[in-house]
Design a protein. Sequence first.
Length: 233
Amino acid sequence: MKNIKKVCQICKRDESKAEIVSAAIVRPSISNLIREEFPEWNEKGFICRDDLSKYRSEYLLKIMKDEKGEISELEKDVIDKLTTYETISVNVNNDFQSQFTFGEKLSDKIASFGGSWKFIILFGSTLVVWITINSYVLLSRPYDPYPFILLNLILSCLAAIQAPIIMMSQNRQELRDRKRGEEDYKINLKSELELRQLHQKVDHLLIQQWERMVEIQELQLELLEEIKKDNSK
């Protein structure tokens, strides 16, 4: 049997320059999209992987635009990675922490310490010791007599410093949660698009198998008719 030279119908490259696949595997929806630009497109020919990925991407973009109207850069990135078979999941915590400055890391540690039982116990013990010393031990000459003005000043300064530090840490946590939400959305969107393509591929394969079964049945009927005619002679 003579070998058939496989040439892409779109870019005209042969199998020595690109990975060539049969055009029969292309779903009808993508074939119709290709035929709009290349009217001579034939499902019995061939197409390279690069062009197939390109038109798959255009088809997915068309679906997204029809459903949502506007396509964000995040959704375009999902479609590009889907058509090129790239992984999309990332470790948000590692990427986020690698961008922290020394001051940001320090504020997170301070905020974490300020919201722990260790801080509450230490702070409460300090208050008890301070009040006890100035009330009983140094009753004759206390350095901070009642109503403990120096203690109130220290507590006010501590609260004034601690509040913005905690807010800085909360803002970064909000950014981390937003980034994690974007990554979850990208993964869910990719899964949804892959499932849709999988359903279309299965339907396409079932239709092809059904058509082949019909052809086989027609051939069998023709053979039976011939055998019947031969027997009747």
